[in-house]
Write a protein that binds this ligand. Structure first.
Ligand SMILES: CC(C)(COP(=O)(O)OP(=O)(O)OC[C@H]1O[C@@H](n2cnc3c(N)ncnc32)[C@H](O)[C@@H]1OP(=O)(O)O)[C@@H](O)C(=O)NCCC(=O)NCCS
Length: 178
């Protein structure tokens, strides 16, 4: 799907081939890749190009991804949805130079609002590796709650890692104070 969202500070837009270089630069960082399940480390330009080739505009709404742009800077991260066994899953990452400014809270909030409006999904799933307190803080702030623990393969670590499973229901999201 070709969707563009504007937030107070950010532009969320479809990924394009020209994103390969900054994606490779920011994902080739263990502090980023090591917190993600499906990103190998080291991460090469060819990995970014291969992934971008899968980002077709004909993908269903449940597979929508956004490149996060900070005007004046360019691409700083990604947020996107994919289909899991239970239902839709949201995932995200931000290049390390941009951490700690509330950027991902802003990007995830806008993406969730769009997703709940664009789909009939009653719930969105996510989670964090057990040591990822910054990401857990984002999810807790936005209304996600823990549903249990599991283990998930972290490609960058080459190991199964304890995972805090979370979910956000449509009703909690729609009832939030903005
Ligand atoms: C996790 C990540 C997305 C955070 O992005 P960000 O833009 O820095 O996050 P924000 O600034 O919007 O919010 C981070 C929150 O975590 C809090 N936080 C940061 N470090 C923390 C820590 N060690 N313990 C507890 N809370 C922490 C911040 O205080 C902030 O909460 P606040 O706004 O209530 O103060 C970014 O660090 C990242 O991409 N990491 C690598 C990839 C990743 O972890 N992706 C998510 C996988 S589940």
């Amino acid at each position: 799907m070709n969707v563009t969202l504007q937030t107070q500070r950010l532009l969320l837009r479809p990924a394009q081939m020209g994103d390969a270089e900054p994606i490779a630069r920011y994902l080739d960082d263990f502090d980023v890749a090591g917190n993600l399940a499906r990103v190998p480390f080291p991460y090469h330009l060819s990995d970014a190009k291969a992934w971008l080739r899968t980002r077709k505009s004909t993908l269903p709404v449940e597979d929508t991804n956004f490149s996060i742009e900070l005007p004046g800077t360019g691409l700083v991260g990604h947020v996107g949805f994919h289909r899991g066994a239970q239902g839709p899953i949201i995932g995200y990452w931000l290049g390390k130079p941009f951490w700690g400014r509330g950027i991902m809270t802003e990007a995830v909030a806008a993406s969730l609002e769009w997703f709940f409006n664009a789909t009939g999904a009653p719930v969105i799933y996510s989670g964090v590796f057990h040591f990822n307190l910054a990401s857990l803080a984002i999810q807790t702030k936005l209304g996600f709650t823990e549903t249990g623990r599991s283990t998930l393969l972290c490609l960058a670590r080459g190991a199964e890692v304890e995972h805090i499973d979370t979910q956000l229901t449509r009703s909690v999201w729609k009832a939030r104070d903005t």
